[in-house]
Design a protein around this ligand. Sequence first.
Ligand code: ADP
Length: 215
Amino acid sequence: MIRFDQVGKRYPPDIDALTEVGFDIAAGERVVISGHSGAGKSTLLKLIAAIERPTRGSVLLGGQNIGALPRSALPFVRRKMGLVLQDQKLLFDRSVFDNVMLPLAITGFPPKEAALRVRAALDKVGLARREKALPIALSGGEQQRLAIARAVVSRPALLLADEPTAHLDHETATDVARIFEEFHRAGVTVLVATYDASLFPGARRIELVHGRLSS
Ligand code: ADP
């Protein structure tokens, strides 16, 4: 499903975030990208989501070289993924329900079917009863679960999450990690970048050290 072939990413002027990174991830796998702060974990996820392009090598998604796609094709590619990334903020002036509805509203989903899907997604992350709340009224763990519901409402085959358990206490972090486990069991390919791989026992681990795969 995902192939990195000799991938390098250099940010201007000369920061090598990733160097000669190569791996394959099959559909249905559950993978933890681990490594120290600054190891290149976020960059790796951004290359898969085509938010950044590789400066060397290729990133293939379903056999398609996504680094070479025209900009106009990217929203279509991204729509097939669920993204829980650092810079995708919740809308704090909209209800929980509206936050999850947004991705479907953007793609012009029929409203009735969309509402059913929103409620199903909220149910999966245990927020069914909070749909009218504003995000500010939610705890940190609930806000993270809301971000996950928004990411999965389009029923993507691939779920990417960047430090989804950061800033959460251990029990809440374990709860959030369990939600990813449930999506994996339902057949979703799950990639989580985290400094704490122990929250995802049994997952395949890809470890980065200063932008390179650790051997
Ligand atoms: P991690 O997610 O493991 O903390 P990142 O992928 O965020 O690592 O960062 C890897 C390296 O690339 C770091 O040295 C970081 O400072 C640098 N970096 C990340 N994003 C940018 C950017 N947009 N411009 C310049 N340097 C960046």
